[in-house]
Design a protein around this ligand. Structure first.
Ligand SMILES: [Zn+2]
Length: 457
């Protein structure tokens, strides 16, 4: 059985390209490309055969199929020879039942897809493994690629640098100086990437890297590159697989450059086209109010997405005013009756902290998604019986500055944090310690009683 996939222009220009051609834009119009899979060869296996094959491969060691991405290789990147796959066993992340947080919101089925539990701590690994593997294949075939390059708000550069280092390919990353966290800055440095910290914002870095990539020899690794979306679409497939091939009612995810939105939609669409599922979930994109071009377009009845200058937000990875994948994200959302919500700085920080109080440890972007969830539940758009999945995009361990600022009450945009928790500093006197513990337990008991009463109402 052989599988066929091609690159084609998203704007409809004639012609197909091979996915391992070193181009990332349409040669005719300069627009974005997309990967198309021929469905006829994929339909030679029936849905039950596909799901059995994917289930058998999950988390096994047979190279490269134990990866959550490469376990679905035929649907994702059949053009990559196994010896060129650059994998760090990405995907396969937990889908956990957020039972206490869901119950507090009146939801029986709230689930969190922990995409940040990945090699470099964010969902970007899913797409980067496909891109860097394809680049390794290009180089093996003698194509003129000297290095990979990206602009980043942090997570993309960490992922690109690590995968490029694993493959022995030079990486160049452009970051907005002073706008990424320490943890995110040190990741590409540690991987040996050439890190350029520019006096501009992400959108400025994006413009600069696009100019650079026009020079022969640099391959652009941003999410405008269609190869990354192929890997990212496996999130949708994995969620359905983890529900024993059942489709949830809602998926909520934070959106910045919006490639993840169209990738998610593509995954659900492919499963339905191949008969593995019969429906698709509604999708909600959650944006920070400080960087909300998609929300504004949605609010105006899906008007054109107008670029804006993104303002500072704790959700720094989605501080993007001119999302490159806006058009394809809107197409995906309209197809599934999707919608867009937004969250202020206080709302995203409080929602993340509230979820943390139930044992989660949410990054600020996941906080944006939780804040959107809380609004949709309050408005009755999401009902108590709906099965809801929130995509958590990154490890909160990368965002210690926000957590510290929140609990210390030093965030300018969050003057009254609702769930702040401070260390109790004491002498070592046993009586003083016992007294402090007794008071803490009394407070906890009173809070639990009040919460139970509120949940029963
Ligand atoms: Zn074109």
């Amino acid at each position: 059985m052989s599988f066929h996939a091609h690159l084609r222009c998203g704007a409809g220009c004639e012609g197909l390209l091979a996915p391992d051609e070193p181009v990332h834009l349409c040669p005719s119009c300069g627009g974005l490309l997309e990967v198309v899979h021929e469905l006829a060869p994929l339909r030679e296996r029936c849905p039950a055969e596909w799901t059995r094959l994917f289930d058998e491969r999950t988390r096994r060691t047979a190279w490269p199929y134990g990866s959550g991405v490469w376990g679905k290789k035929e649907w994702v990147a059949p053009w990559v020879a196994d010896e060129n796959v650059v994998s760090m066993v990405e995907g396969g992340t937990s889908l956990l039942w957020a039972e206490r947080y869901g119950r507090a919101l009146g939801l029986g089925e709230l689930w969190v897809k922990q995409c940040g539990n990945s090699h470099t701590g964010s969902f970007k690994d899913l797409g980067m493994t496909v891109l860097v593997s394809t680049v390794k294949q290009m180089i093996a075939d003698g194509k003129p690629v000297r290095a990979v390059a990206c602009a980043s708000t942090g997570d993309t550069s960490a992922s690109l640098a690590a995968y490029a280092a694993a493959a022995g390919i030079p990486a160049i990353v452009l970051l907005p100086r002073g706008q990424v966290t320490t943890a995110q800055l040190v990741q590409p440095l540690a991987s040996g990437a050439t890190v350029l910290a520019l006096d501009t914002d992400f959108d400025g870095c994006m413009a600069a890297v696009r100019r650079l990539a026009a020079d022969a020899g640099l391959y652009l690794a941003n999410s405008m590159n269609a190869l990354r979306l192929e890997g990212q679409k496996t999130v949708a497939i994995e969620i359905v697989q983890q529900f024993d091939w059942q489709v949830p009612d809602w998926v909520i995810l934070p959106g910045g450059n919006l490639g993840n939105v169209s990738a998610l939609g593509a995954g659900f669409e492919l499963m339905r086209e191949l008969g593995v599922t019969t429906r698709e979930p509604r999708i909600c994109v959650a944006q920070a109010a400080a960087a909300n071009p998609l929300y504004e377009a949605y609010r105006r009845g899906w008007a054109r997405v107008e670029p804006q200058v993104a303002r500072p937000t704790a959700a720094s990875a989605i501080r993007i005013g001119n999302p490159v994948s806006a058009a394809r994200a809107v197409r995906a959302l309209r197809r599934v009756d999707g919608l867009v919500e937004q969250a202020s700085e206080a709302e995203l920080a409080d929602a993340a902290a509230r979820a943390d109080r139930t044992g989660l440890y949410a990054c600020p972007h996941t906080g944006v998604a939780f804040a959107a969830l809380e609004k949709l539940v309050a408005r009755g758009v999401i009902g108590p019986r709906d099965r809801v999945v929130v995509l958590s995009t990154a490890s909160a361990l990368k965002f210690t500055e926000l957590k510290v600022g929140y609990h210390e009450g030093t965030l300018a945009d969050v003057p009254s944090p609702r769930h702040a928790n401070r260390p109790i500093e004491l002498s070592s006197d046993p009586a003083v310690i016992s007294d402090a513990v007794r008071r803490a337990l009394d407070t906890a008991a009173a809070t639990a009683a009040a919460t139970d009463a509120a949940t029963r109402r």
